[in-house]
Design a protein around this ligand. Structure first.
Ligand code: RIB
Length: 363
């Protein structure tokens, strides 16, 4: 009997179960008790059953795929996010089609159209410039969209993101606590809402000092290592005495490029300039100077977004939700610096209240 010709009915008969149970084993195995599932899988193997995917797609008008459209596959932030999405999808027997918009609206539109033509179950979208303009169009075709690393109106769908404004604030508060009074914000051109939100948080932290701290923005042509090197050249071109003593970079790739440029020029990090990044990608701690960074739960962003999308496609009780993660600063060598010297008088003799210095022998 040629495998392609075995029907689902024959599998059900051999396993002694209903057609629906066989369908669940194929599409929602988690719904089937293990002993029953094993009986069906054994019947499938014995008969050499192979499902007819194209017939299934025609019947159900949906492929067993979800689309994931990210801004830049060269950025490890999105690789880790895609890993989480793929694990959640695979647990449900669903495949992920990864698309890279390169931050370009036309490419994003092209991929969204392609995913609709492929009858994807749904789309996980990291929208260009943060404002997804297409979820309505896809939703009208019955294709749900979950915004990832961005927020959309809950009437349109679910979203999973990080409070980037708080992330920027935390990064600059950390540098202020380390005594820095002139801080550079190294970011792209703010087209990306994530960068604009981080800058707003940085400005909030500086404003809270009542003018004691200055923030200067160093724009870059991209959010990449090359952009970080570009920012490094701009900062090094300043006279040493008017250079910021710290830089907060909108993402880790920028920070790694800045570190490269500073190191090449012999500028000590953190002594001459402290550096903080954003994302906490694996490379952040692997650098010659381990990088302080604001951690984003990259894997969780992808995993949870996919779970929300699959819930929307399978559970009529689904209600759209907005999930927002809190960022967390991870302090490492690149900003674990001495507090820059203040006017501190040298103590000639210990003040009366100071305990006598313990003798070397501790005796
Ligand atoms: O796409 C630029 C940045 O935005 C990434 O590095 C990540 O931080 C995302 O949120």
């Amino acid at each position: 009997m040629s495998p392609g010709r075995v029907s689902i009915r024959e599998v059900a008969t051999l396993a002694g179960v209903s057609l629906g149970t066989v369908s669940n084993v194929l599409n929602r195995p988690e719904l089937v008790a293990p002993p029953t599932r094993e009986r069906v899988e054994s019947a499938i193997a014995t008969l050499g059953f192979v499902r007819n995917e194209s017939a299934r797609q025609l019947r159900t008008a949906r492929s067993r795929t979800v689309g994931l459209v990210v801004l830049d596959i060269a950025n490890p932030f999105f690789t880790d996010l895609a890993r989480g999405a793929e694990d959640a999808a695979n647990e449900a027997g669903i495949a992920v089609i990864l698309c890279n918009s390169d931050g370009d609206r036309a490419k994003e539109r092209h991929y969204l159209t392609l995913l609709a033509e492929q009858r994807a179950l749904g789309v996980l979208l990291v929208p260009v410039e943060g404002a997804p303009r297409r979820p309505q169009a896809l939703r009208q075709q019955g294709i749900p969209v979950v915004a990832v690393d961005a927020q959309i109106s809950q009437t349109l769908g679910c979203s999973v993101s990080v409070d980037d404004e708080r992330g920027g604030e935390v990064a600059v508060e950390h540098l202020i606590e380390r005594g820095h009074r002139r801080i550079a914000f190294v970011g792209g051109d703010n087209r990306e809402h994530q960068v604009a939100d981080r800058l707003r948080g940085a400005q909030k932290a500086v404003t809270a000092t009542g003018g004691a701290v200055g923030l200067e923005v160093v724009g870059t042509s991209s959010l990449s290592v090359a952009g970080g090197r570009q920012a490094g050249r701009a900062l090094l071109a300043l006279p040493p005495r008017s250079r910021p003593s710290a830089a907060f970079c909108a993402n880790d790739l920028l920070a790694l490029g800045l570190l490269q440029e500073l190191t090449r020029a012999g500028t000590r990090v953190p002594t001459d300039m402290a550096v903080v990044g954003y994302d906490d990608i694996d490379l952040a701690e692997a650098g010659a100077v381990p990088l302080s960074s604001v951690r984003q739960p990259r894997y969780q962003l992808g995993y949870q977004a996919t779970q929300l999308l699959l819930e929307e496609t399978t559970d009529e009780r689904h209600r759209h939700r907005k999930v927002v993660f809190e960022p967390e600063l991870v302090e490492r060598e690149s900003s674990r610096t001495r507090t820059p010297p203040r006017r501190r008088a040298k103590l000639a003799v210990p003040l009366p209240h100071q305990p006598a210095l313990a003798s070397a022998g501790g005796g």
